[in-house]
Design a protein. Structure first.
Length: 201
Protein backbone atom coordinates (compact mmCIF):
# COMPACT_ATOMS: atom_id res chain seq x y z
CA UNK A 1 0.00 0.00 0.00
CA UNK A 2 1.41 3.35 -1.07
CA UNK A 3 1.38 6.07 1.54
CA UNK A 4 0.21 9.29 -0.01
CA UNK A 5 0.90 12.64 1.58
CA UNK A 6 -2.18 14.31 3.00
CA UNK A 7 -3.91 16.80 0.73
CA UNK A 8 -3.16 20.30 1.96
CA UNK A 9 -4.28 23.66 0.63
CA UNK A 10 -1.54 26.22 0.50
CA UNK A 11 -2.28 29.93 0.78
CA UNK A 12 -1.52 30.27 -2.91
CA UNK A 13 -4.10 27.61 -3.78
CA UNK A 14 -6.73 29.20 -1.55
CA UNK A 15 -6.15 32.59 -3.13
CA UNK A 16 -6.46 31.03 -6.58
CA UNK A 17 -9.99 29.89 -5.82
CA UNK A 18 -10.96 32.70 -3.48
CA UNK A 19 -14.63 33.71 -3.69
CA UNK A 20 -13.58 37.33 -4.25
CA UNK A 21 -11.85 36.33 -7.49
CA UNK A 22 -14.98 34.61 -8.76
CA UNK A 23 -17.17 37.60 -7.87
CA UNK A 24 -14.68 40.03 -9.41
CA UNK A 25 -14.60 38.09 -12.69
CA UNK A 26 -18.38 37.62 -12.75
CA UNK A 27 -18.97 41.34 -12.17
CA UNK A 28 -16.54 42.31 -14.94
CA UNK A 29 -18.39 40.02 -17.35
CA UNK A 30 -21.71 41.44 -16.18
CA UNK A 31 -20.43 44.99 -16.64
CA UNK A 32 -19.34 44.16 -20.19
CA UNK A 33 -22.76 42.68 -21.00
CA UNK A 34 -24.55 45.71 -19.56
CA UNK A 35 -22.22 48.02 -21.55
CA UNK A 36 -23.09 46.26 -24.81
CA UNK A 37 -26.79 46.45 -23.95
CA UNK A 38 -26.45 50.16 -23.12
CA UNK A 39 -24.73 50.95 -26.41
CA UNK A 40 -27.42 49.06 -28.31
CA UNK A 41 -30.13 50.87 -26.35
CA UNK A 42 -28.61 54.27 -27.20
CA UNK A 43 -28.35 53.43 -30.91
CA UNK A 44 -31.83 51.88 -31.00
CA UNK A 45 -33.26 54.68 -28.81
CA UNK A 46 -34.71 52.09 -26.46
CA UNK A 47 -35.03 54.12 -23.27
CA UNK A 48 -36.33 51.32 -21.04
CA UNK A 49 -33.33 49.12 -21.89
CA UNK A 50 -31.01 52.08 -21.33
CA UNK A 51 -32.51 52.73 -17.88
CA UNK A 52 -31.64 49.14 -16.92
CA UNK A 53 -28.29 48.81 -18.66
CA UNK A 54 -26.50 52.00 -17.61
CA UNK A 55 -27.00 51.76 -13.82
CA UNK A 56 -26.58 47.99 -14.10
CA UNK A 57 -23.14 48.45 -15.65
CA UNK A 58 -22.08 50.92 -12.96
CA UNK A 59 -23.39 48.68 -10.16
CA UNK A 60 -21.46 45.72 -11.60
CA UNK A 61 -18.29 47.84 -11.77
CA UNK A 62 -18.85 48.92 -8.15
CA UNK A 63 -19.04 45.29 -7.00
CA UNK A 64 -15.99 44.40 -9.11
CA UNK A 65 -14.04 47.21 -7.44
CA UNK A 66 -15.20 46.09 -4.00
CA UNK A 67 -13.89 42.55 -4.62
CA UNK A 68 -10.75 43.59 -6.50
CA UNK A 69 -7.24 43.06 -5.17
CA UNK A 70 -5.94 46.58 -5.29
CA UNK A 71 -2.30 46.90 -4.25
CA UNK A 72 -3.32 49.66 -1.84
CA UNK A 73 -6.45 49.14 0.28
CA UNK A 74 -7.18 52.87 0.32
CA UNK A 75 -7.28 52.84 -3.47
CA UNK A 76 -10.07 50.27 -3.50
CA UNK A 77 -12.05 52.34 -0.99
CA UNK A 78 -11.74 55.48 -3.12
CA UNK A 79 -12.78 53.60 -6.25
CA UNK A 80 -15.83 52.08 -4.54
CA UNK A 81 -16.83 55.54 -3.31
CA UNK A 82 -16.29 56.96 -6.80
CA UNK A 83 -18.46 54.30 -8.43
CA UNK A 84 -21.17 54.82 -5.81
CA UNK A 85 -21.46 58.48 -6.82
CA UNK A 86 -21.39 57.50 -10.50
CA UNK A 87 -24.30 55.14 -9.79
CA UNK A 88 -26.15 58.03 -8.15
CA UNK A 89 -25.44 60.09 -11.25
CA UNK A 90 -26.94 57.38 -13.47
CA UNK A 91 -30.09 57.31 -11.37
CA UNK A 92 -30.48 61.10 -11.37
CA UNK A 93 -30.03 61.29 -15.14
CA UNK A 94 -32.65 58.59 -15.66
CA UNK A 95 -35.22 61.14 -14.52
CA UNK A 96 -33.88 63.94 -16.66
CA UNK A 97 -34.04 64.64 -20.38
CA UNK A 98 -33.25 68.35 -20.00
CA UNK A 99 -36.81 68.94 -18.87
CA UNK A 100 -35.98 69.07 -15.16
CA UNK A 101 -32.70 70.92 -14.72
CA UNK A 102 -32.42 69.96 -11.03
CA UNK A 103 -32.08 66.25 -11.81
CA UNK A 104 -29.44 66.96 -14.44
CA UNK A 105 -27.46 69.12 -12.03
CA UNK A 106 -27.66 66.47 -9.31
CA UNK A 107 -26.48 63.87 -11.80
CA UNK A 108 -23.66 66.04 -13.11
CA UNK A 109 -22.59 66.87 -9.54
CA UNK A 110 -22.60 63.19 -8.58
CA UNK A 111 -20.43 62.28 -11.56
CA UNK A 112 -18.12 65.21 -10.79
CA UNK A 113 -17.54 63.93 -7.25
CA UNK A 114 -17.15 60.40 -8.55
CA UNK A 115 -14.38 61.42 -10.92
CA UNK A 116 -12.68 63.46 -8.20
CA UNK A 117 -12.60 60.32 -6.04
CA UNK A 118 -11.20 58.35 -8.97
CA UNK A 119 -8.38 60.89 -9.26
CA UNK A 120 -7.67 60.56 -5.53
CA UNK A 121 -7.60 56.77 -5.91
CA UNK A 122 -5.05 57.00 -8.71
CA UNK A 123 -2.95 59.42 -6.65
CA UNK A 124 -3.04 57.03 -3.68
CA UNK A 125 -1.87 54.21 -5.95
CA UNK A 126 0.99 56.39 -7.14
CA UNK A 127 1.35 57.81 -10.63
CA UNK A 128 4.04 58.95 -13.00
CA UNK A 129 3.77 62.75 -12.98
CA UNK A 130 5.34 63.21 -16.42
CA UNK A 131 2.94 60.65 -17.92
CA UNK A 132 0.00 62.45 -16.31
CA UNK A 133 1.08 65.83 -17.70
CA UNK A 134 1.60 64.44 -21.20
CA UNK A 135 -1.75 62.63 -20.98
CA UNK A 136 -3.53 65.83 -19.96
CA UNK A 137 -2.36 67.44 -23.20
CA UNK A 138 -3.31 64.45 -25.34
CA UNK A 139 -6.61 63.63 -23.64
CA UNK A 140 -7.40 67.33 -23.47
CA UNK A 141 -7.86 67.40 -27.25
CA UNK A 142 -10.63 64.82 -27.00
CA UNK A 143 -11.99 66.54 -23.89
CA UNK A 144 -12.21 69.86 -25.72
CA UNK A 145 -14.11 68.21 -28.56
CA UNK A 146 -16.47 66.57 -26.06
CA UNK A 147 -16.97 69.88 -24.26
CA UNK A 148 -17.88 71.68 -27.49
CA UNK A 149 -20.38 68.93 -28.29
CA UNK A 150 -22.01 69.17 -24.85
CA UNK A 151 -22.08 72.96 -24.83
CA UNK A 152 -23.62 73.05 -28.30
CA UNK A 153 -26.35 70.67 -27.13
CA UNK A 154 -27.01 72.72 -23.98
CA UNK A 155 -27.24 76.02 -25.85
CA UNK A 156 -29.48 74.48 -28.52
CA UNK A 157 -31.90 73.50 -25.75
CA UNK A 158 -31.77 76.97 -24.16
CA UNK A 159 -29.59 76.03 -21.16
CA UNK A 160 -26.76 78.52 -21.42
CA UNK A 161 -26.36 78.41 -17.64
CA UNK A 162 -25.03 74.85 -17.95
CA UNK A 163 -21.85 75.96 -19.74
CA UNK A 164 -19.78 76.44 -16.56
CA UNK A 165 -20.86 73.14 -14.89
CA UNK A 166 -20.10 71.31 -18.13
CA UNK A 167 -16.64 72.90 -18.31
CA UNK A 168 -15.90 71.76 -14.75
CA UNK A 169 -17.16 68.26 -15.46
CA UNK A 170 -15.13 67.77 -18.65
CA UNK A 171 -12.05 69.14 -16.88
CA UNK A 172 -12.27 66.59 -14.07
CA UNK A 173 -13.02 63.66 -16.37
CA UNK A 174 -9.99 64.65 -18.48
CA UNK A 175 -7.87 64.66 -15.32
CA UNK A 176 -9.36 61.31 -14.31
CA UNK A 177 -8.43 59.78 -17.69
CA UNK A 178 -4.92 61.22 -17.42
CA UNK A 179 -4.57 59.89 -13.87
CA UNK A 180 -5.58 56.43 -15.06
CA UNK A 181 -2.89 56.51 -17.76
CA UNK A 182 -0.29 57.72 -15.28
CA UNK A 183 -1.13 55.21 -12.56
CA UNK A 184 -2.70 52.18 -14.26
CA UNK A 185 -3.53 49.33 -14.17
CA UNK A 186 -4.63 48.60 -17.74
CA UNK A 187 -8.18 47.74 -16.68
CA UNK A 188 -8.50 51.18 -15.06
CA UNK A 189 -7.31 52.86 -18.26
CA UNK A 190 -9.90 50.93 -20.28
CA UNK A 191 -12.62 51.82 -17.76
CA UNK A 192 -11.70 55.52 -17.83
CA UNK A 193 -11.72 55.51 -21.63
CA UNK A 194 -15.17 53.90 -21.65
CA UNK A 195 -16.43 56.62 -19.31
CA UNK A 196 -15.28 59.31 -21.72
CA UNK A 197 -16.69 57.48 -24.73
CA UNK A 198 -20.07 56.96 -23.04
CA UNK A 199 -20.26 60.70 -22.29
CA UNK A 200 -19.69 61.46 -25.97
CA UNK A 201 -22.60 59.28 -27.09
Amino acid sequence: MVNRPPLTLTRKTVRMFAPSDAVFTAMLIAAGCFALLDWWAVVARHKHAEYVAKPGMTAACLLAAAFSKAPVDAQRSWWVLALFFCLLGDVFLMFDRWRDRSHFLYGLGSFFLGHVFFVVGFAVRGWNTSQVLISVLAVGIFGASLLLLLIRGAIAKGHQEMVVPLCLYVSVITLMMSGAIGAGPAIAIVGAALFMLSDSM
